[in-house]
Write a protein that binds this ligand. Sequence first.
Ligand code: ARG
Length: 440
Amino acid sequence: MPITTTSADFVAWFRSVAPYINAFRGKTFVIAFGGEVVADGKFVELTHDFNLLAALGIRLVLVHGARPQIEQHLARNNLGDTYHQGVRMTDADSMQCVKEAVGRVRVEIEALLSMGLANSPMANADIRVAGGNFITAQPIGIINGVDLMHTGSVRKVDIAALNDRMEFGEVVLLSPLGYSPTGEVFNVTLEDIATATAIALDADKLVFLMDTDGVQDKKGKLLKELTIAGAQAVLSGKRKLPDDVSLYLPCAIRACEAGVARTHLISRHTDGAVLQELFSDEGIGTMVVESTLNTLRAATIEDVGGILHLLRPLEAEGILVRRNRELLEREIARFVVLEHDHRIVGCAALYPFPDEAAAELACLAVDAQCRDRGYGQVILDHMTGLAKTQGLKKLFVLTTRTAHWFIERGFSEADVSALPAQKKSLYNWQRKSKVFVRKI
Ligand code: ARG
């Protein structure tokens, strides 16, 4: 979404988020962020975004961390930071520091969530923050002979209590601590609390704010969407991953495997990252999902409306020949549609001419908002495969405006006379489309 400059942009943008507003109302989102966000002074902007989500009827559980604050406290008290196999060891003295640090961070967050200045986005917000003994923890115990003492992991999440709070419209704020039935306090990681809570609540989303923009591939390109298998491949690869990715990506997999539909890994440094991720189609970070959101399938009669919607702007520009609803309904069996997140974003039709062992690829269209995502190529590859399975040897297209796209993909210009006889007789000499052919 471009930065809104005109009122037309603003109106178009506002309308475009309506589907998300509808989809998110009453849904449960768990959003986790490290103590760094508070330490960096970035939390004020974030509260504005949380406020907006809560105002839209999203049930919010926020999970905060306190790592930098705990480290500071330990240093101030001349206590070392002891890690054993990546897990902090918390003895009785360190636990004192943990409690103090976590308490302070929590108070700061609650204070910022309580702001309501008249001239700020928080005007009339009146966020009620709920806290409590929602998390039962157990000691991690002894690993390879080292007792981690007060370092714990989540044993149980009191979902009934959490749901009660959210039913009353309260925003739940969880600290990285858990209690035991024996009255002890345990130091628990924020990612464990967030993941266990999202799973227990059967949350719709789990969001981690992290140091990097998301998960990147070997070349540093952002991976916008990862399936569980894709995420596992990233983790098992040889390259060294940024700390936050090694910490949060396994949690995303765990949540996803346990039924949390979407986990989002986004940057804590980008102002409004939460909004950009949640209220745009493409998002801004990495989303981990059970299986990909894109499906390419044969079209059915129910898709006619969606296809027409996709084709109209291209027809208006003269890029495609106008097709009316009846024609489309009649020929729907020739079409495939590409869906992204249950919305039709692309289509194409294949008309075989078995006598000439050829097929026409027609009506290839991709939604203007989804350009440059390689969808056209995906559809072309699929149609090529489809034609091959029917024993056809060449694919041709008629186009007036998109010649280059096809030339770049191995098509070459041919004369109208090269068309199958039946197609030749229908050729529209006024439109003067060019014919492009490729062997398959
Ligand atoms: N806004 C949508 C959602 O919140 C899609 C986000 C897509 N994000 C991505 N990184 N691919 O579910």
